[in-house]
Design a protein around this ligand. Structure first.
Ligand code: UDP
Length: 333
């Protein structure tokens, strides 16, 4: 039987596909390649190009393949874009989930591991954030993912489709051998942007706001290595297959780094100057997001290997210097 990975050509999806294959799973990937890269998909996985909202296409994949469970990454994930184009997010993310669950129900597939987000919490009332804390998103991206969690809940009640929602905090880094990594166009995330400046592809970093109520006025985030995150999906799938109930888990490091601290760490790792300036706040940004990951550690047995943000940045830098054009070279662009 195979694991179906929707969005398996994307950044986190491709690392998860890679880890699944390294752990002996048969993997089927579905991706519409709007943001993903064929070259990122481990060649041992079977690939279907198509959209999660296309019910006929999904039905076809579920008919052809013997699918034991689904890991769902296929979603848009850029906070500022979601502020400008909320309907794009509700259509693709939330709408896509409805189609997916319909098809899973029709084909009697009972397990789904879902990439949710810390953005479902909004501005937290307490730090570190626990899974039981209030979820009040401050942007449409987070709202679209919270709606997806709720839709999964009611599909569990009605159809017995069991789910694990993994609420990611900030993800960075690349596979240690540098063969796969982060390649977004346009890039909006902090670590790859800092490294683009380090590589001379951008003039400078603009830090979005230094008037937040944090240690140095800049936003504080909790960074996890992408391979550690990928491994949590495999643990979550096995947890469901063991007969456990639907629930959510935070995936973070329980440590916060400010945007200024991330810049300093990247300067240290790369040995580059990395020019930076202060800019205005970015819409939709909560001030501080730090996870309590105790639950994932104790229940799933999640044991992240990267506990130093410099080591995370180092793997991203290794990918950057070995692939200055991202996947373009491998995709003949
Ligand atoms: N950020 C920044 N400059 C940039 C990109 C991001 O200051 O060019 C900040 C952003 O405002 C946030 C943090 O970096 O405080 C992490 O943002 P990112 O988009 O990487 O992830 P998010 O927290 O939105 O998921």
């Amino acid at each position: 039987m195979a694991v179906l990975v929707l969005g398996g050509a994307g950044y986190i999806g491709s690392h998860t596909v890679d880890r699944l294959i390294m752990n002996g799973y048969d993997v089927v990937v579905v991706d519409n390649l709007v943001t993903g890269h064929v070259a990122a998909i481990n060649e041992k996985a079977k690939f279907y190009q198509g959209d999660v909202r296309d019910k006929e296409f999904l039905n076809d994949v579920f008919s052809k393949e013997d699918i034991e469970g689904v890991i769902h990454f296929a979603a848009f994930s850029i906070v500022p874009e979601s502020m400008e184009k909320p309907l794009k997010y509700f259509d693709n993310n939330t709408g896509g989930m409805i189609t997916l669950l319909e098809v899973m129900h029709e084909h009697n597939v009972k397990f789904i591991v879902f990439s949710s987000t810390a953005a479902t919490y909004g501005e937290p009332k307490q730090i570190p954030i626990k899974e039981t804390d209030l979820q009040v998103p401050t942007n449409p991206y987070g709202e679209s993912k919270l709606a997806m969690e709720k839709i999964m809940h009611w599909s569990d009640v009605a159809y017995g489709i069991k789910f694990i929602a993994l609420r990611y905090f900030n993800v960075a880094g690349a596979k240690a051998d540098g063969s796969i990594g982060e390649d977004h166009n346009p890039e909006t995330h902090l670590v790859p942007i800092i490294l683009q400046v380090a590589a001379g592809e951008r003039d400078k970093l603009t830090i979005f706001g230094d008037d937040y109520d944090t240690k140095d006025g800049t936003n504080v985030r909790d960074y996890v290595h992408v391979v550690d995150l990928a491994d949590a999906h495999i643990l979550a799938l096995e947890y469901l297959k063991d007969g456990n109930d639907s629930q959510a888990f935070n995936l973070g490091s329980s440590t916060g780094f400010s945007n200024k601290e991330m810049l300093e760490a990247a300067r240290e790792v790369t040995g580059k100057e990395i020019p930076a300036e202060m800019g205005p706040r970015r819409a939709g940004d909560p001030s501080t997001l730090i996870a309590s990951s105790d639950k994932a550690r104790s229940i799933l047995g999640w044991d992240p290997k990267f506990d130093d943000v410099r080591e995370i940045i180092k793997t991203a830098w290794n990918w950057k210097v070995t692939h200055p054009n991202g996947y373009n070279d491998r995709e003949g662009k």
